[in-house]
Design a protein around this ligand. Structure first.
Ligand code: MLT
Ligand code: ZN
Length: 453
């Protein structure tokens, strides 16, 4: 199995086929440093026809392909296992004009989330997905993983923004549904199927995206609560009272202290507390009064601080948004991204530390998450050789609570072995049948999502 270098050079231009280790290195290790593999080469197409030519050449040569966007993934889904052609989509960075009348825009797979947001805002609109890696994460990766983030509570995850997609299949053919139809009853929803398929069914090259109104007034509050049960209990009331509620992020003292040490931040409160909930409201007019009133009536509230100015809001968000970097600076964590029915979140939190310490007594769990979706990011530092045992124990607990082993990061290589904890044998058989139909030689992202035995 040799990479078809001449055909690849003919497809994208010799200067965009990288072979030297110095040039390929930054593509070959993931953001966490946990996944790494040597690619046969890195190929950087700039348009859909070139992606098609690359996939055709790889199919003819029988060489597997790993698809990569901004390389911000957290589950090894865009990192080579060894020997694949690494298809980097960052040069597919075209952004169409904002269609204000339809509230839509077309974005290439390589457009960063931040560039998409800026583009929408310049036309008086906004994009409904947001998260901390916005400067590097790309539209193709957002589609491939069905990314979530901090605004799911208000706008849903990536699938809810996706009105169309263009994708190249393993045989080089191009699927294109980019009209932005809001209703389309013509059979299988292939666009939705591609969303969350993690590059295993096709290479998404562009997306037609729904935009949301740009709202200029915001208020952020950081609440101190006696525990997770209080955070879960207050949400229905807040959602009902505050149509402007746009984020509800859960943090714990261990994570806040790690972030403070890493970023040199002042303590948010004089003492540490069992649980923190960061709330954000965004509206056309200042939502501060409404948020303050709603917060003041929260049952069990221990303390709270509210920021209506942007510097204060950034300062409060820093405790939350710097978690991932602070954890990464402390070591290579076991990174788990799980969800349970929201009502079972307190039970998951109660049992989590015991389950982890039962397997790896010296390990340090740092947990945070998106409380509205019952989504916890479980990061375990210092697990060493026990990383797999920790993963297994946590994911089994999640399965016992009827949860998902991957909430918004994807399954990747990291969780593929545990897919049966979240999907039945019948579901996995159907998924494998779809994979086999669209990629019969199994060349697209092998080992990602569906384990290769
Ligand atoms: C987040 O919510 O910050 C992201 O999912 C990243 C992470 O889990 O580390
Ligand atoms: Zn998240």
């Amino acid at each position: 199995m040799t990479a078809p270098l001449e055909a690849l050079r003919a497809a994208v231009g010799a200067e965009h086929v990288l072979v030297d280790a110095d040039l390929t290195a930054s593509y070959e290790t993931d953001w966490t440093g946990r996944f790494s593999g040597r690619a046969a080469c890195v190929v950087r197409p700039s348009e859909t026809a070139q992606v098609s030519a690359v996939l055709t050449a790889c199919r003819e040569a029988g060489v597997p392909v790993v698809v990569q966007g901004g390389n911000t993934g957290l589950v090894g889904g865009a990192t080579p296992a060894g020997g694949e052609v690494l298809l980097s989509l960052t040069r597919l960075a075209s952004l169409g004009p904002v269609d204000v009348a339809a509230g839509q825009v077309t974005a290439g797979a390589g457009v960063t989330l931040a560039a998409l947001q800026q583009h929408a805002r310049s036309a008086g609109l906004d994009f409904g997905v947001d998260f901390a890696a916005r400067d590097s994460a790309t539209v193709g990766g957002l589609v491939a993983t069905n990314a979530g983030g901090i605004r799911v509570l208000r706008y849903g995850s990536m699938r809810a923004q996706l009105l169309g997609a263009e994708a190249v299949l393993a045989d080089g053919s191009v699927l294109s549904r980019m009209a932005g139809l809001q209703k389309d009853g013509t059979g299988y929803d292939l666009v939705s199927l591609l969303c969350g398929s993690e590059g295993t069914l096709g290479v998404v090259t562009a997306a037609r995206l729904r935009l949301v109104p740009r709202l200029g007034a915001r208020c952020v509050a950081l609440l101190v609560l006696p525990g997770v049960s209080a955070a879960v209990a207050l949400l229905p009331g807040l959602r009902a009272r505050l149509p402007s509620l746009s984020a509800a992020e859960l943090m714990f003292p261990a994570g806040v202290e790690l972030v403070r040490d890493y970023a040199g931040l002042a303590a948010p409160f004089a003492e540490q507390h069992p649980a923190y909930l960061l709330l954000e409201c965004i509206d056309r007019t200042d939502p501060t009064d409404a948020l303050v009133e709603a917060v003041s009536e929260v049952a069990g509230l221990v303390d709270a601080t509210v920021a209506s100015d942007s510097a204060g809001q950034r300062a409060l968000w820093a405790y939350r948004e710097q978690h991932t970097e602070a954890i990464g600076a402390a070591g290579v964590p076991v990174k788990l991204d799980v969800s349970v029915p929201t009502g079972r979140l307190p039970e998951l939190c109660d049992r989590l530390n015991g389950v982890i310490s039962g397997v790896a007594p010296a390990a340090l769990p740092i947990v945070f998450g998106h409380v509205n979706e019952g989504n916890l990011h479980v990061n375990v530092l210092g697990a060493g050789d026990l990383a797999e045992a920790v993963t297994e124990a946590v994911l089994e607990l999640v399965a016992e609570l009827s949860g998902s082993i991957s909430s918004e990061h994807g399954v990747g290589r990291a969780k593929a072995a545990w897919l049966p904890l979240s999907r039945s044998a019948a579901e996995i058989a159907a998924m494998r049948a779809i994979k086999g139909a669209l990629d019969p030689a199994g060349l697209l992202n092998p080992g990602v999502l569906l384990a290769t035995s």
